[in-house]
Write a protein that binds this ligand. Sequence first.
Ligand code: HEC
Ligand code: HEC
Ligand code: HEC
Length: 414
Amino acid sequence: MIRLRLLAVPLIAIASFASSPSGWTQSKEPPPLALDGSASPQPWQRYRDWNKARWDAYNTLDKRDLTKPAGSEIQVRTVTGDAANGQKLAFDRSRGGGCLACHVMGARTQALPGNVGVDLSEVGTAGRTDQWLFNYIYDPRVYNPESVMPPWGKHGFYNEAEIRDMVAFLKTLKTPTKFADPLDNPERRPVPVEDRDALDPFVNPAAERIEAGAALFAKVGPNGKACAACHSDPKAAFVRWAVEMPKWESRLGKVLGAEEFIARHALATTGAAFFMQSRENTDLSIFLHSLANGQPIKVDLSSPEAKAAFERGVALSKIKIGQFNFSCIDCHEKGANKWLRGQWLGEARGQFDHFPLWRTSRSEIWDIRKRFQWCNVQVRANELQPDAPEYGELELYLRKMNEGLTLTAPNIRH
Ligand code: HEC
Ligand code: HEC
Ligand code: HEC
């Protein structure tokens, strides 16, 4: 059947075969896709063991005008507050993560402070006015519109009295911090190195799923056909496929990632409903990714539509979302190669050459879209469903940042 269809390829495509280095990939018919409906489970519901809160008042990747802009400076006279309570609030992780996520704060700083923000151990001698300190905590955007620090007062993490107490605490900080344990110094803490053997199933439970995916590829679906019926030699056919995803798909008018492709193509061919992030979808994704291991990542931005989608992805990486008011680049570019409390923040390059992966801290296999969802919920922004066009655009942007790196999937990360 495929051979017959190939015979029907227009002459111009056949002509391009001779000059095209990748041969038939240029002139193949487009893969059948189920174009209607969602590739995500419907209605989308957040994972039950994730933070259950909704943050409807704050920006998400698909709604950008919810969050209130910065107001003007709040006038404060000399702040008299309770410095001891201020310290307690500043160190309290349950109140938004605590200031120690990003700042070293003097002698009593607890274990593993981060360094996304400046060391505040001597802020009490820096000549800052109370007005400045109060407003920087209340809403730093009045001084720095692009601040990486959340608007703690404006976004309701702390009330004004609590912020006064924290100002009083900051004014007591006058001596550089000496770290008893060198691991606590974020400037000296050794950077984590991922050197586990990702393809050893004893080390990486995701590696086991390659076999499961291969079995699924050979399994007959509801239409009486297996994937293998049309693709008898997947190893040869798909040696580069996974490293060329995601790509612009004009029939859907969106960027299609590997997992959404699997869902829509399976439904259109074998008839199987392998929704995104289902076990079957992820297993097939792992299998198909493993076939492209060692291949350099390459993104196709040759069409104007793909180029425009990429630009939208770049813009999405910069928009501030959630109660924390963080963009992707706040953590992964401005904060990259620094510590957020005990977590080392990676930069965009190196982040998307190894998915899907096993997350040891969650004991789960995640595809890239689940990671996007997690990074949304972590900043207290409602996540989107896995097949959201915005995730496709972010994926395209991130893949471009990883171009040239070779795929190693499925991998393993903390
Ligand atoms: C996500 C990281 C992050 C967290 C969490 C954070 N800050 Fe900051 N903070 C920064 C960064 C980055 C700067 C400086 C540049 C900027 O505004 O982006 C800063 C600057 C400041 C400044 C101004 C320093 C100066 O030189 O005048 C103060 C004061 C401050 N932070 C206090 C706090 C307090 C109090 C908390 C906890 C309620 C806190 N920060 C939590 C990242 C953070
Ligand atoms: C009825 C035939 C048929 C079945 C069954 C089928 N495919 Fe395909 N598949 C195609 C055709 C036709 C194409 C487009 C031409 C090509 O790339 O070979 C394609 C292309 C692909 C591609 C490459 C897509 C691209 O962007 O170039 C992948 C990957 C793929 N199929 C995977 C699968 C998987 C996984 C299954 C099982 C869930 C499956 N196929 C079942 C016919 C089929
Ligand atoms: C508050 C900080 C923060 C923000 C904002 C954030 N992330 Fe993350 N992200 C993390 C942390 C922490 C990790 C785990 C450590 C690492 O790999 O950087 C992570 C990991 C990732 C990874 C996996 C890296 C790997 O090597 O496996 C990807 C991909 C990613 N983030 C993408 C995004 C995208 C896209 C956005 C914007 C929608 C975003 N992140 C926003 C903190 C953040």
